[in-house]
Design a binder for this molecule. Structure first.
Ligand SMILES: CC(C)(COP(=O)(O)OP(=O)(O)OC[C@H]1O[C@@H](n2cnc3c(N)ncnc32)[C@H](O)[C@@H]1OP(=O)(O)O)[C@@H](O)C(=O)NCCC(=O)NCCS
Length: 386
């Protein structure tokens, strides 16, 4: 059995269009997490950094730069890239190293700076995260790929564009309560339906924005946690999964095999079922993704996700609140940071820091984040420790 691992502190920048350079953005979140954990930089034994397009801001090999800026240049750092799933996949590596007993205290920081490149260049760069030979290279950028997935889902399960829109309305409502959200704007189903078409049936408000931002957490062992005397969050489940990289390689495009595999592993490790989860942060890069996610994660039966959203089951007061932070849709999607940002939300929910958006009596939460159209996924389960 792996050793117990805890989240001791967490910090995040605002998500959105940021003027600072990528290292300054990463440092702001990292120092917030260090302060939140009540530790000193020299307590950190290793650093894990997730990022995808640092090259666009003239910085790759970011881990040693961040360690040096923290005044701990001798501490080994590792930079990890897994497209939009970079944060959670890096988190899994940080978790595994503490669970294996290699380290007692590590920093896990995710960062992205992309908005300076503009929508056309960002779309091109992001398409390099797809299976470029089959997808991006033939003009199938992510909105187009998720539009195909949406069409298949709507045809098979008799869902409609209003169902997709309801996901956006709910996540924007949640994001309004999060001061760090990128798109803080209350919208209606009609606003979504009347917004410009991006890739039919997906419209502007069905899509996440391009965001800059960073999020960071401190992970530690049980001994280290005990000495801190702080409120804690335990990582009780962790799973990883993979799918054929190109959508065309999948038998059924209304499910993401990597999400199902990662979730099953995480549930098994935690010894819980989907019914035990009190809220979840899931990968809603497009509204259709959230509907598929909540089925793949076992919260609803296949084909029933759209109906669950229609009935309000995923709202803050519903059966299983989904994306109380606002999700990728409203909080934003700085791709290297997103998976860590989800962990920050869980930490804030469980340690009394989610002012105005607390999910009452929640004790068990799940995070789910994937790369590209779900070629790689990671799922984690967290328990509030009183
Ligand atoms: C949806 C998308 C095409 C919009 O790009 P755009 O038309 O160039 O948008 P702009 O940046 O010019 O912004 C226009 C307005 O819409 C807002 N906006 C941009 N994207 C938005 C989004 N996704 N949701 C809500 N509002 C958005 C902007 O804030 C801006 O508002 P303002 O005029 O009040 O300032 C782009 O955000 C996109 O491609 N998103 C998907 C990103 C992606 O694929 N990520 C990877 C997922 S796997």
């Amino acid at each position: 059995m792996p050793n117990k691992v805890f989240v001791l502190g967490a910090g995040s920048t605002r998500y959105g269009r940021l003027n600072e350079g990528i290292i300054e953005i990463a440092m702001n979140a990292s120092t917030d997490a260090i302060e939140s954990a009540g530790i000193r930089p020299k307590d950190i034994e290793a650093g894990y950094i997730s990022n995808v397009f640092g090259v666009s801001d003239r910085q790759v090999h970011m881990a040693p730069v961040i360690m040096s800026n923290l005044g701990i240049p001798e501490v080994p750092g590792l930079s990890i890239e897994s497209a939009c799933g970079s944060g959670s996949i890096m988190f899994r590596e940080a978790f595994a190293n503490v669970a294996a007993g290699f380290y007692d205290c590590v920093l896990a920081t995710g960062v992205e700076k992309i908005t300076h490149t503009g929508t056309i260049q960002s779309t091109t760069l992001f398409s390099y995260c797809s299976d470029f030979f089959y997808e991006g290279g033939n003009g199938a950028s992510f909105p187009g790929l998720f539009a195909s997935i949406a069409r298949a889902y709507m045809a098979r399960y008799k869902a409609n564009e209003e169902d997709l829109a309801r996901v956006a309305v709910k996540n924007h409502e949640n994001g309004m309560l999060n001061p760090k959200s990128h798109v803080r704007k209350k919208i209606t189903v009609d606003d979504v339906l009347q917004s410009p078409v991006v890739a039919s049936p997906l419209k502007l408000y069905d899509c996440c924005p391009f965001s800059d931002g960073a999020s960071a957490v401190i992970l530690c062992s049980a001994d280290f946690a005990k000495k801190s005397g702080r409120p804690l969050v335990e990582v009780v489940g962790s799973g990883r999964g993979a799918s054929p990289a190109a959508v065309q390689g999948r038998e059924d495009i209304t499910t993401i095999p990597s999400s199902v595999a990662a979730a099953n592993q995480a549930y098994k490790m935690a010894g819980v079922t989907p019914k035990d989860i009190d809220f979840a942060e899931v990968h809603d890069c497009f509204t259709i993704a959230e509907i598929i996610d909540i089925e793949d994660l076992g919260f609803f039966k296949k084909g029933e996700g759209a109906y669950a959203v229609r009935e309000g089951a995923t709202s803050r007061s519903g059966e299983i609140p989904i994306n109380p932070s606002g999700g990728l849709k409203s909080k934003g999607h700085p791709i290297g940071a997103t998976g860590i940002g989800q962990v920050v939300e869980v930490f804030e929910q469980f340690t009394g820091k989610a002012d105005g958006r607390v999910i009452k009596d929640a004790e068990l939460a799940l995070t789910h984040n994937f790369g590209a159209t779900g070629a790689s996924s990671a799922v984690h389960i967290f328990k509030k420790v009183n």
